[in-house]
Ligand binder design. Structure first.
Ligand code: 0O2
Length: 208
């Protein structure tokens, strides 16, 4: 399916349709898994879930940034986060519970795991990323569609959201002192996440 000629926006739109379907399926499946988990363990590990489909312009920009020619084959094979789902949890331990829950699901096929919680990015970014595949039943047959699931705590989400705004404001050319301060905030956030987890454990012991 490798095109020598760049696809038109209409061709890309048609190819993107399956991502809409896959997102709906994935959102429903996640709701089922989380609800079942909550019922079984009487515990709510998820604070909220956000999802988005990458815009065509943003997907093309990512492809170009990676140095690939713009065609449908490359969009499908080299942009792994056309579907993005973010699962935001209260506590550090919850993020790993969610990862384990997804690993145990036979419906969601995990292609790649990136643990930026144990191994933060040089910027200080922390989150657990899963690249997954979801089966979508189309008229033409079953297609496996890729998605990226980001799992993080509220505190990590707070940091990433400010970092994202800063990157946008400075067009990725962030002054060194701001980079350093952001990194320091990431270190503080890690400590805060650990302290909140300990505090929550203490509170839970009171209940017992
Ligand atoms: P957006 O606007 O959030 O969609 P890959 O996607 O795996 O081919 P890459 O870049 O190696 O390529 O993936 P990575 O770094 O594992 O994950 C990329 C996504 O993680 C980004 O998507 C962000 O959402 C998030 N991310 C990664 N690093 C940072 C960071 O330093 N700060 C913030 N705020 N978010 C980060 P996009 O497409 O870059 O952006």
């Amino acid at each position: 399916m490798k095109n020598a000629v760049s696809p038109s926006n209409d061709e890309i739109k048609a190819a993107m349709l399956k991502y809409d379907f896959a997102l709906q399926i994935l959102e429903t499946q996640l709701k089922i898994l989380i609800k079942e988990y909550e019922t079984k363990y009487q515990y709510h590990p998820v604070e909220h879930i956000k999802s988005r489909i990458k815009t065509i312009d943003s997907a093309i920009a990512k492809l170009q940034k990676k140095g690939y020619e713009v065609n449908l084959y490359n969009l499908e094979h080299h942009v792994h986060d056309i579907i993005g789902i973010r699962i935001v949890c209260s506590f550090l331990s919850d993020t790993y519970k969610i990862v384990e829950m997804l690993e145990n699901s036979s419906f969601i096929k995990i292609i790649e795991k990136k643990d930026y919680i144990s191994h933060p990015k040089p910027s200080g970014y922390t989150s657990y990323h899963l690249i997954v595949k979801i089966p979508v039943c189309l008229v033409s047959g079953i297609e496996e569609v890729e998605a990226e699931i980001q799992i993080r705590t509220i505190a990590m989400d707070f940091w990433a959201s400010l970092d994202h705004k800063i990157q946008y404001k400075f067009s990725n050319d962030i002054p060194t002192e701001i980079k350093k301060e952001l990194y320091n905030c990431a270190v503080d956030i890690k400590k805060l996440d650990q302290k909140m987890l300990i505090l929550n454990d203490i509170v839970n012991r009171y209940y017992k």
